[in-house]
Design a protein around this ligand. Structure first.
Ligand SMILES: NC(=O)c1ccc[n+]([C@@H]2O[C@H](COP(=O)([O-])OP(=O)(O)OC[C@H]3O[C@@H](n4cnc5c(N)ncnc54)[C@H](O)[C@@H]3O)[C@@H](O)[C@H]2O)c1
Length: 341
C-alpha cells in the first residue's frame, strides 16, 4: 500500500513517515520544506520512500504526487495560531486552497482513503469545562488557524464518501521528540525553558487543553488506515486520551518533578481562546485505540535529550513555526509560495 503524506517533513509528518515505513507501507512525501528538510533525514534513501519537493499550491505537482497512491494523509498546512496570524493570506491559501487541491486530486485519482489532520482547538473556549467535548460538540473556531481547519472539515464531510473515504482526526496538542523538533508547542516549550533557560513564563495557567504524544498521533493515523472503511468513512475522531487533559499549571507541576528548581512566573489572563477539555471515548470504542505515552513520559524523553545535548542549540529557528520575528519569516514564506505558484 502506497501512502502519500503531505507535509511529511514536519513535526508530525517526519515521525509518521518513519512509522509507516516501519509498518511496511510505501511512503511518498510532498513538502515545500518551509522549515527545512532535516526531518526527512531518517527516511531519505529508504527503498520504499519517495520525496516530492513541491508546494501543495502547485496543482500539477499535487496531481503527480497523488498518482498511484492508495491513501493520502493530509498534514501540510501553516500550523498554529501565531504562524497563521503572522501571514493570514498565506495561511488561507495553503490551508484552504492547498487542501482543496489535495482533496480534488485524491478524488480524481480514485484514492481510497483520505485522512485530514484537524485540531481539538476547533472547540474553542468552552462555556463549561466540566463537560468534556465529544466529536458532536459545537465548533467555535476562535483563530484563523482553527477557522481554516473547520472550513476543510465541513467541506470534506459533505462530499460523497466514494471513491474516496474521508476521515477527520482532531488531534490534541502534540508533544515529544521528532526529527523536525518544535519548541513552540506548550509541553515542549515548557520542558525546554525549564531545563535549558531555568525560567519559564506561563500565561493563563488555569486554562485546559488535551495533549497527545506525537508517536501516539501517528498510531491513530495507522489505526484509521488499517480499519474497515465503513467504520471510518465520513467520521470524525478526537485523538488523545481523556486522562491527558491538563491545565498549564498541571503541566508545570509534572515537569517540575523531572526538572526541579526552575523559576516559574505565572501571568494571569482573563480569557484564552484555547480553554477546552475533550473526550476521547469514540476512538477508543470504534478503533480500540489508546495512547501509550503520557505527558510525564514525554517530559522524561525530552529532558533526557536536552540534558545530553542531542538537540543542539535550542534557538535554532527551524525549531519554531514563527522564528526570528514576524517580518523575516513572513517575507521568506511568501517568497517561497510565489516561486511555487
Ligand atoms: N502540532 C500540533 O500540536 C498539532 C495539533 C493538532 C493538529 N495538528 C495538525 O497536524 C499537521 C502537522 O502539524 P505539525 O505540527 O507537524 O506542523 P509542521 O509545521 O511541523 O509541519 C507542516 C509541514 O507542512 C509543510 N508545508 C507547509 N506549507 C506547505 C505547502 N504550501 N506545500 C507543501 N508543504 C507545506 C511544511 O514545510 C511542514 O513540513 C497539521 O495539519 C496540523 O494542523 C498539529
Amino acid at each position: 500500500m502506497t501512502v502519500l503524506v503531505t507535509g511529511g517533513a514536519g513535526y508530525l509528518g517526519s515521525v509518521l513517515s518513519l512509522v509507516l515505513l516501519e509498518a511496511g507501507y510505501h511512503v511518498r512525501v510532498i513538502d515545500n520544506l518551509l522549515y527545512g528538510g532535516r526531518g526527512l533525514l531518517p527516511v531519505m534513501g529508504h527503498s520504499r520512500f519517495e520525496f516530492y519537493a513541491a508546494d501543495i499550491l502547485d496543482h500539477d505537482a499535487v496531481e503527480r504526487a497523488t498518482g498511484g497512491v492508495d491513501a493520502v494523509i493530509h498534514l501540510a498546512a501553516i500550523v498554529g495560531d501565531p504562524a497563521c496570524a503572522r501571514d493570514p493570506t498565506l495561511a488561507r491559501a495553503v490551508n484552504e486552497e492547498g487542501s482543496a487541491h489535495v482533496i480534488a486530486a485524491a478524488r480524481s485519482a480514485g484514492v481510497k482513503r483520505f485522512v485530514f489532520t484537524s485540531t481539538c482547538s476547533n472547540y474553542g473556549r468552552m462555556a463549561d469545562v466540566s463537560v468534556l467535548a465529544t466529536e458532536a460538540h459545537d465548533l467555535r473556531p476562535l483563530s484563523l488557524y482553527a477557522e481554516t481547519k473547520v472550513a476543510i472539515e465541513r467541506g470534506l464531510l459533505a462530499l460523497p464518501q466514494s471513491p474516496t473515504a474521508f476521515t477527520v482526526l482532531r488531534l490534541a496538542t502534540l508533544f515529544g521528540l521528532s526529527p523536525r523538533m518544535r519548541f513552540d508547542l506548550t509541553v515542549n516549550q515548557f520542558v525546554m525553558e525549564m531545563s535549558v533557560r531555568r525560567k519559564v513564563t506561563v500565561y493563563g495557567e488555569q486554562f485546559w487543553r488535551p495533549y497527545v504524544h506525537v508517536r501516539d498521533a501517528t498510531r491513530a493515523i495507522v489505526a484509521v488506515l488499517a480499519a474497515p472503511g465503513d467504520s471510518v468513512a465520513g467520521r470524525v475522531f478526537n485523538v488523545g486520551h481523556t486522562d491527558e487533559n491538563y491545565r498549564k499549571v498541571d503541566l508545570i507541576e509534572i515537569i517540575s518533578r523531572r526538572v526541579p528548581g526552575a523559576e516559574v512566573e505565572f501571568v494571569s489572563m482573563a480569557e484564552d481562546p484555547r480553554d477546552y477539555r475533550v473526550s476521547f471515548d469514540r476512538i477508543r470504542s470504534v478503533l480500540a485505540y489508546s495512547t501509550t505515552r503520557s505527558v510525564a513520559d514525554g517530559v522524561e524523553e525530552m529532558a533526557t535529550a536536552l540534558e545530553a545535548g542531542v538537540l543542539g542549540g535550542v534557538d535554532d529557528p527551524a525549531f519554531s513555526n514563527t522564528p526570528g520575528g514576524a517580518g523575516v519569516t513572513s517575507t521568506a514564506v511568501s517568497r517561497q509560495v510565489v516561486c511555487a505558484l
